[in-house]
Design a binder for this molecule. Structure first.
Ligand code: FAD
Length: 266
């Protein structure tokens, strides 16, 4: 079974500056880590491989330093790694990101299953998995909480959608996005770190992809335009009241009504 796991390098801190002119995150010089949700995707792939055999390929799209998360994936047991990296991919919105990853996966070729995390901790849209599946024209299921069984080209999974838990039989090849907690991610192995330190990572640039039209990638391929980006206004005015409970509760009720949090008492 060939499994591709999509992982993203995200800032290791919430203190990331934004270029107000371009609306782009200033990622240079900021400590980075693997998107925590992608650890669950990797662990899911490893469990399937351990049970049914096969190969796990970790794939990331990002700047050259994103190689670090692929090395981490090796330490968790991935067999192969692909870095999609080109300056022309920069500034991509979700659509362009998903399209670029789909082109990378078409280049890799044969696969049975693609696993993504539920969302990232920076972009946070939770849309890449679904859009990627659409570009590849394969079925997908999001919010997967359990892998139940696999036989004869079908994978049974459980997913939690709002208000319901569903059991679904997916036909391979397909794409899943997995929830945090599907499995406990294993720790990176020191032994594997030593064993894979020189393991080559395949790097794909625009030139290797089937679609070489620059208009489909990066800022050029991103229909979403950031018009303005600004930190939300922080209101930290405080007021404290002292007095008997009845007086304070009447005052509080009046204030909530004035601010239109409450209507008239019946
Ligand atoms: C309007 C707009 C403009 C943007 N402009 C920029 C910009 O100029 N520069 C910039 O750096 N970012 C930019 N972003 C953010 C960038 O588009 C997103 O980070 C990217 O599309 C991935 O989306 P996400 O982080 O929300 O992923 P989600 O959809 O939340 O991620 C779900 C899963 O998809 C997979 N995945 C997501 N991204 C990757 C990846 N890169 N490689 C491999 N797997 C991945 C992972 O498995 C992840 O768990 C912009 C976003 C928007 C909405």
């Amino acid at each position: 079974m060939n499994i591709i796991v999509c992982i993203k390098q995200v800032p290791g801190t919430a203190q990331v500056e934004i270029d107000e002119k371009t609306g782009v995150l200033k990622r240079d010089g900021v400590a980075a880590k693997m998107n925590p949700f992608d650890l669950f995707a990797l662990e899911s792939a490893m469990r399937l491989k351990e049970k049914f055999g096969g190969k796990v390929t970790a794939l990331t799209m990002g700047p050259p330093q994103a190689e670090k998360v692929l090395r981490e994936a090796f330490m968790m047991g991935a067999d192969d790694a692909v870095l999609l990296s080109d300056r022309k991919f920069g500034g991509a919105d979700v659509l362009a990101t998903s399209y670029t990853i789909s082109q990378g996966i078409r280049h890799i070729g044969e696969y049975d299953l693609i696993i993504c995390g539920k969302q990232t901790t920076d972009g946070d849209t939770a849309q890449v998995g679904a859009e990627l599946a659409e570009f590849l024209n394969i079925p997908h299921l999001t919010n997967v909480t359990r892998l139940l069984d696999m036989a004869e080209g079908k994978l049974d999974v459980e997913a939690e959608i709002p208000l319901h838990v569903v059991d679904v039989r997916m036909t391979l090849p397909c794409l899943l996005t997995v929830e945090k907690g599907i499995f406990e991610p294993r720790l990176p192995s020191y032994r594997r770190m030593l064993a894979t330190a020189d393991k080559p990572i395949r790097t794909l640039s625009l030139q290797e992809l089937e679609d070489k039209d620059e208009k489909h990638y990066g800022l050029n391929g991103s229909p979403t335009q950031v018009q303005r980006i600004f930190p939300p206004e922080v209101k930290d005015e405080k007021e404290s009241w002292n007095g008997p409970a009845e007086e304070i509760s009447t005052k509080l009720y009046g204030l909530l009504k004035e601010k239109r949090f409450l209507g008239e008492l019946r």
